[in-house]
Design a protein around this ligand. Structure first.
Ligand code: ZN
Length: 282
C-alpha cells in the first residue's frame, strides 16, 4: 500500500514536472500556475493598470508600458493582459504569455485582425521606445508583434521578451538582468539615479546558413526559420527543426507572397525569402 501511494505521488510529481518544463516560443519555461513563486504582480507607473509577469522581466515591462502610456497610447481607457497559460494563437506551441514574458495592450483599438491600426507616428515611436531596451551586444530585449507581416501575423497589441529570429539571438534571464541594471530600473519600473544610459547601435539580424536550410535536413537553424515563418503567418508545422514537406510548403507560400513563381517559389530558401523573415542568409 505504501509502495502504491508512493508510486502515485511520484506519477503526480512527474505529470506536474512535464507541464512546467514545456517551454514557450521565446525559450522561457511555461508557468502553469499564477501563484508560482516565479511570478509577481506590478502596477504600470502613471496608470491604474496591473500586470502579472515573471519576476525578472517585471521592471522592464513596467518601464516599457509606462512609456507606451505616455508616448504612444494611453493605457487606462482599455484592456491590458499579461500572464495566461495557453498556446500561441498562431500555433507552434506554448504562448509567451504562458511563461509570463508577454503583454497585450489596448486591443480595444489595436484589434486582433492582423491589420495595422496605429498611425505612422505611433509606430515610429514604438520603434524608438523598443530600441532603447538593448543588451550590451546590441540586441533588442523585446519583440513587437507590430513588426510581423500585416494581413498574416501583425499583432500591434503584443510585446514579448524577444524570440531569436526577431531580435538576433535568444534573450535570457541574464540579458534581462543586465539591461534592467544598465538602465537603472527599480523594481516598480521607474528609473533610479544614474539612468537611463544611451542605447547601443542598431540590432543585427539573425544569421542563417542557406546550406543548412535545405529540405530533408534537421538542425537548429531550420528551427529558427520555422519560428520566423510562423510569426509571419506561414505555418511550417511543428517547430522541431526538421525541414519536412509542411515547412517546405510554408517557405513556398512565403516566396509566392513575395512575387516569386516557378522554380523561384519551390520552397527552397534563398536570401530574399529569408530577408523577408528578418534573417540574414549567408
Ligand atoms: Zn499577446
Amino acid at each position: 500500500m505504501t509502495v502504491l501511494l508512493r508510486h502515485a505521488a511520484h506519477l503526480r510529481t512527474a505529470a506536474i514536472h512535464t507541464r512546467t518544463s514545456s517551454v514557450s516560443l521565446n525559450g522561457w519555461p511555461g508557468i502553469p500556475d499564477e501563484t508560482d513563486a516565479r511570478m509577481t504582480r506590478g502596477t504600470v507607473p502613471g496608470t491604474h493598470k496591473h500586470v502579472l509577469l515573471r519576476k525578472e522581466v517585471m521592471p522592464l515591462f513596467l518601464n516599457l508600458l509606462s512609456r507606451i502610456n505616455k508616448e504612444v497610447l494611453p493605457l487606462n481607457p482599455g484592456p491590458l493582459d499579461s500572464w495566461e497559460y495557453r498556446d500561441a494563437r498562431l500555433g507552434g506551441g506554448l504562448s509567451n504569455h504562458a511563461s509570463g514574458t508577454a503583454i497585450d495592450f489596448r486591443y480595444d483599438v489595436l484589434e486582433a485582425d492582423h491589420q495595422i491600426h496605429m498611425t505612422q507616428a505611433q509606430r515610429r515611436q514604438m520603434e524608438r521606445i523598443l530600441d532603447s531596451y538593448k543588451t550590451a551586444d546590441g540586441h533588442r530585449v523585446f519583440g513587437w508583434g507590430g513588426e510581423w507581416t500585416p494581413g498574416r501575423a501583425c499583432d500591434e497589441m503584443h510585446v514579448e521578451i524577444g524570440q531569436d529570429w526577431q531580435v538576433g539571438r535568444p534573450i535570457g534571464v541574464a540579458d534581462v538582468r543586465q539591461v534592467t541594471a544598465s538602465m537603472h530600473l527599480r523594481a516598480d519600473g521607474t528609473v533610479g539615479p544614474g539612468g537611463p544610459v544611451s542605447p547601443p547601435g542598431p540590432h543585427p539580424t539573425t544569421r542563417v546558413h542557406l546550406a543548412l536550410l535545405r529540405p530533408g535536413l534537421t538542425n537548429a537553424e531550420v528551427k529558427v526559420m520555422q519560428r520566423a515563418l510562423l510569426a509571419h503567418g506561414f505555418n511550417p508545422g511543428p517547430l522541431d527543426g526538421a525541414f519536412g514537406p509542411r515547412t517546405r510548403a510554408a517557405v513556398a507560400a512565403l516566396q509566392r507572397s513575395l512575387g516569386f513563381t516557378g522554380y523561384d517559389a519551390d520552397g527552397v530558401p534563398g536570401r530574399k525569402s529569408m530577408a523577408a523573415l528578418g534573417l540574414t542568409a549567408v
